[in-house]
Ligand binder design. Structure first.
Ligand code: SAH
Ligand code: SF4
Ligand code: F3S
Length: 471
């Protein structure tokens, strides 16, 4: 199966091990090792799992060899993601043979999709835990310790883990993710998420604001509010007789401090409202950047995908964004080779890319997922070679667009939040501008967490290069 060609994308972040928390001086009797796959929400879930395990006396380790408990937090979005996990599980087979006491657990979307089938197929797995069942991990571990197989894949209509503060692992201390909702009700026909994550539910806004305010107090300067479809966030605050929409929530988080930047992801084009766009325009610390997955430029394919908008409707949404937020960064997700896609549909995707001129795109070949509406209703009939060549066309066009978008920024000055030392040179720092572009510049006396004005002098396909003109 073909996969994403963009390494930076959340869904292609694969198999990152979580490091122990710096400065955590507690003594733990046991150690857990967790590897996360998939989207930012899944990574955020691993931090919730870490918090639950810490309370149970398990400390995090980056070395699977010294762990008593190995967990894989998995993703099912494309077949390739699942294959990677299966391969990883076979690595642990050897470790388990050598150390029979070692417990291996599968968490997340693949656990939810396969349920106890996992125990039959992957003989070495001791625990299978779905995304809404992490509170029960302590009892599941106890059960597994007695030699029984432990499974909990119940999905919930209420669980948001609102009261659990995620343990910030692998963090740069400047930027953090805050989940504001779980699940998805959209039923895009290609997508497995509604089956693996269950019904959509919004988290109590007080707990969101509290978490963001705590992060700010601890030195963080940017939060990204996460959900599969953030614009459908909806919470009825009965005590105050108030309805909190996503725009209201954004406003509340932005009010914490002008020094705290606010980002969000993902926006479904059908749900992003003018109210959200105007809220972004009103608050300087809400970043002008929108991830607006188009999936396809063909109205016929969009209908088969059940995206509920047409090509023209999407284009009007892009016009509206540009009208209200003229300098807004725009990124997208594109699926190529969906069932029945013709050359003409493919041309429509290329032309909508020309229209929107994305700063960034995550591009995928369609991967049929068992149980989805598309798998049940349609035939995955676009040959792999055709998917591959269309994907190459989309990628080539996108490369031209990103480069043009970078070149247009040369000569401009941006406010940049410093995230750390550049990977390429110790004498340089890197951060991102409002539009989410990476900016690299000489270190001088600046530090991560600082805001600086950087004048861009040059660029590569993925990075703006400049100098600080004002601290
Ligand atoms: N909630 C987000 C997307 C989450 S999944 C939204 O609605 O936009 C991230 C991306 O993975 C999707 O936008 C889509 O482009 C891609 N994707 C999802 N299912 C896929 C499949 N079966 N094959 C290929 N790509 C897929
Ligand atoms: Fe999947 Fe569609 Fe929900 Fe996104 S909005 S998670 S693509 S069903
Ligand atoms: Fe993957 Fe589940 Fe996220 S399928 S993309 S980890 S919601």
């Amino acid at each position: 199966m073909l996969e994403s060609v963009q390494k930076v994308h959340d869904e292609s972040r694969q198999g990152e091990a979580i490091a122990p928390l710096a400065g955590d001086t507690r003594i733990y009797s046991k150690k857990f090792y967790i590897e996360s796959y998939g989207c930012q929400m899944n990574f955020n879930d691993s931090e919730i799992v870490a918090s639950i395990l810490n309370k149970e006396g398990f400390g995090a380790t980056r070395d699977a060899e010294e762990a008593d408990l190995v967990l894989l937090n998995t993703c099912s979005i494309r077949e390739k993601a699942e294959q990677t996990v299966r391969k990883r599980l076979s690595d642990f087979k050897k470790a388990k043979k050598a150390r029979p006491g070692l417990l291996v657990g599968v968490l997340g979307c693949m656990a939810e999709r396969l349920k106890s089938k996992f125990l039959e197929e992957e003989k070495l797995v001791d625990m299978v835990v779905g995304p809404d069942a992490y509170r029960t991990l302590p009892s599941l571990i106890q059960e597994a310790e007695t030699g029984q197989k432990a499974v909990n894949v119940l999905l919930s209509r209420e669980e948001t883990y609102a009261d659990i503060s995620p343990v910030r692992l692998n963090s740069n201390g400047v930027t953090a993710f805050v989940s504001i909702m779980r699940g998805c009700n959209n039923m895009c026909t290609f997508c497995v998420v509604p089956f693996t994550r269950g019904r959509e539910r919004s988290r109590d806004p007080h707990s969101v604001v509290e978490e963001a305010a705590d992060l700010f107090k601890n030195g963080y300067r940017e939060v990204t509010l996460l959900g599969q479809n953030v614009d459908s966030y909806y919470f009825v605050d009965e005590a105050k007789d108030e309805i909190i929409t996503f725009a209201r929530l954004l406003e509340k988080v932005a009010a914490i401090s002008p020094l705290l930047r606010v980002r969000f992801s993902t926006s479904h084009p059908k749900d992003i409202t003018d109210e959200v766009l105007f809220t972004m325009a009103r608050h300087e610390n809400i970043c002008n950047y929108i991830h607006l997955p188009v999936q396809s430029g063909s109205t016929r394919i969009l209908q088969l995908m059940n995206r509920t908008y047409t090509r023209e409707w999407y284009m009007k949404k892009v016009d509206r964004i540009r009208e209200i937020l003229p300098d807004c960064g725009l990124s997208t997700d594109i699926i190529t080779g969906f069932c029945t896609e013709t050359e003409e549909d493919h041309e429509d995707t290329l032309s909508i890319m020309e229209y929107a001129h994305y700063d960034l795109a995550y591009m995928f070949a369609y991967s049929e997922r068992p149980g989805t509406l598309a798998a049940r209703r349609y035939t995955d009939d676009v040959p792999e070679e055709v998917k591959k060549s269309r994907l190459a066309g989309i990628v080539a066009l996108h490369r031209r667009h990103t480069l043009e978008s970078m070149q247009q920024d040369v000569g401009k000055t941006f406010r940049v939040l410093i995230e750390g030392v550049s990977k390429k040179s110790e004498n340089d720092l890197f951060g991102r501008n409002d539009q989410n572009k990476v900016v690299v510049f000489p270190k001088m006396h600046y530090q991560k967490g600082d805001y600086v004005m950087v004048k861009v002098e040059d660029c590569t396909a993925g990075t703006l290069l400049g100098k600080v003109v004002e601290g």
